[in-house]
Design a protein around this ligand. Structure first.
Ligand code: FAD
Ligand code: NAD
Length: 405
């Protein structure tokens, strides 16, 4: 009997969880598993804001895919997926021959969404992957270094704008306020010349999150120098900075660095492959399959699931991506063996913790509010747990966060 070909696209949380679980469940002779990823490493997307601010070296944020896959069962191909041909059951790659699948898992993750706002793609950065994070860190440092050499100082060089006060924006600000004093010392820059401005379109920071915890976060960040512009939308980004509008009043903010943290979408490969989708997210069936394609699973940020209680989509998170990977692996094993029943996916949300630098955080965990040192320790426990779930204690020992405060 021919072994089914299982092809997994993307080695983020969803893809790696699928593969590392599946490799434990099935024998070498039961299926051929192929994993495709753009790089030969996995990165913890949930730590990218630290690499972007420069508070954690990017090497700490990534690990070799070879370290966590069982190479006797999984073939790894480093390449970029260009398109999925659903009719032919083929995946088109940039540098390899097309791959044919019997079962496909699409786990290509998130990309920045700029909503067509003029100039963002050209002039703003986004915390989207290791390369992008490294570029942000370098760019900010370059602005400080250049400022020191300028005869005629351009103070706006030292203005950093963060677009969006969602979790990404706030976590990045938390790192930035710790990094800026270090940069000032390193480049002999007067800290009073630096401005960190956060622009948020909604009437509050972290819209939808617990108001008391939001107030705590805003106080912490304001004390460390962040200026919040709430109810203010970024309308355009230019080589000089951004144009914002509040109550029909338009203002220009000059800035040497603009980081857009105000929206994500699923992979563009989803759109280009003809899936029925909204911003690169496929509304999957209860077993995580794309409608009309029973052999195609979609997990992580490319999948969309409606929360029946709120009638709104669940937010795209690593927590959900990993839980989906686990269910997807079980369902693949059922299909490969032709035995058992498919398991529907039900998110088991444990809460949310948002860091405010390495020593402070806010969160709601198992329905309880936490903040300060306790929340910060919890955040590191969550970070280490993600490593544990994919790579076990060896990976935690290698990449874990042990300096708890
Ligand atoms: P990703 O993690 O995006 O992985 C996708 C993988 O596919 C990557 O390896 C990528 O290189 C690869 N890939 C992409 N396109 C291609 C292609 N065309 N060809 C080949 N390979 C490709 N969520 C939480 O639950 N908790 C948090 O604390 C948290 N913090 C976050 C902090 C930041 C700064 C950010 C940006 C996000 C955070 N999130 C958090 C959200 C979380 O990171 C995402 O929901 C999660 O990464 C989604 O996992 P995924 O497996 O779908 O995709
Ligand atoms: P988001 O969509 O959650 O937040 C974006 C923010 O930008 C919103 O507050 C929105 O009002 C604002 N915004 C949109 N357009 C704007 C404009 N033109 N001008 C100014 N502000 C604008 O995006 P995110 O923060 O990147 O989060 C993405 C996903 O990752 C979410 O699901 C989030 O839960 C998850 N995440 C979780 C954590 C955590 O759990 N600690 C951390 C980071 C991200």
């Amino acid at each position: 009997l021919k072994k089914p070909n299982v092809v997994v696209l993307g080695a983020g949380y969803g893809g790696l969880m699928t593969v590392t679980r599946l490799q434990k469940m099935i024998g070498v002779n039961e299926a051929s598993i192929t994993l495709v990823n753009k790089h030969d490493y996995h990165y913890e997307s949930t730590w990218l804001h630290e690499a972007a601010a420069g508070t954690l070296h990017h090497e700490r944020v990534r690990y070799a895919i070879a370290d966590v896959i069982d190479q006797s069962k999984v073939k790894f191909i480093q390449d970029t997926v260009e398109k999925i041909n659903l009719e032919e059951k083929q995946v088109l790659l940039q540098n390899h021959e097309p791959l044919t699948y019997d079962y496909l898992v699409v786990a290509l993750g998130f990309e920045s969404e700029t909503f067509g706002i003029k100039g963002l793609k050209e002039y703003a950065f986004s915390i989207a992957n290791v390369n992008a994070a490294r570029q942000i860190r370098e760019h900010i440092e370059y602005q400080f270094a250049t400022y020191s050499t300028e005869e005629e100082k351009r103070d706006e060089r030292l203005t950093i704008v963060v677009g969006g006060a969602g979790f990404t924006g706030i976590e990045f600000l938390g790192e930035l306020v710790n990094r800026v004093p270090e940069l000032c010392r390193e480049y002999d820059v007067d800290p009073n010349k630096v401005r960190i401005i956060c622009v948020e379109a909604a009437p509050t920071v972290l819209p939808g999150f617990d108001p008391e915890l939001v107030e705590y976060a805003v106080n912490v960040l304001e004390k460390k120098g962040v200026e919040f512009k709430i109810g203010t939308a970024i309308k355009e980004c230019t080589p000089e900075g951004i144009i914002v509008s509040k109550d029909d009043q338009v203002e220009e903010i000059k800035a040497g660095t603009v980081v857009w943290a105000a929206g994500v979408r699923g992979s563009r490969v989803i759109d280009e492959s003809g899936f029925e989708a909204m911003r690169g997210r496929v509304k999957v069936d209860p077993f995580l399959r794309a409608p009309g394609h029973e052999d195609v699973f979609v997990v992580g940020d490319c999948a969309l699931i409606i929360n029946e209680e709120t009638n709104r989509p669940y937010p795209p998170t690593a927590q959900i991506a990993m839980q989906q990977g686990e269910v997807c692996a079980k369902n693949l094993a059922v299909l490969i063996r032709g035995q058992g029943e498919l398991q529907p996916f039900k998110p088991d949300l444990k809460g949310t913790v948002c860091s405010l630098g390495h020593d402070d955080a806010i969160g709601v965990v198992f329905g309880k509010k936490i903040w300060g040192a306790k929340a910060s320790v919890m955040k590191k426990v969550i970070d280490n747990r993600a490593l544990y779930l994919i790579g076990g204690p060896t990976l935690v020992a290698k990449k874990g966060k042990f300096k708890l405060l």
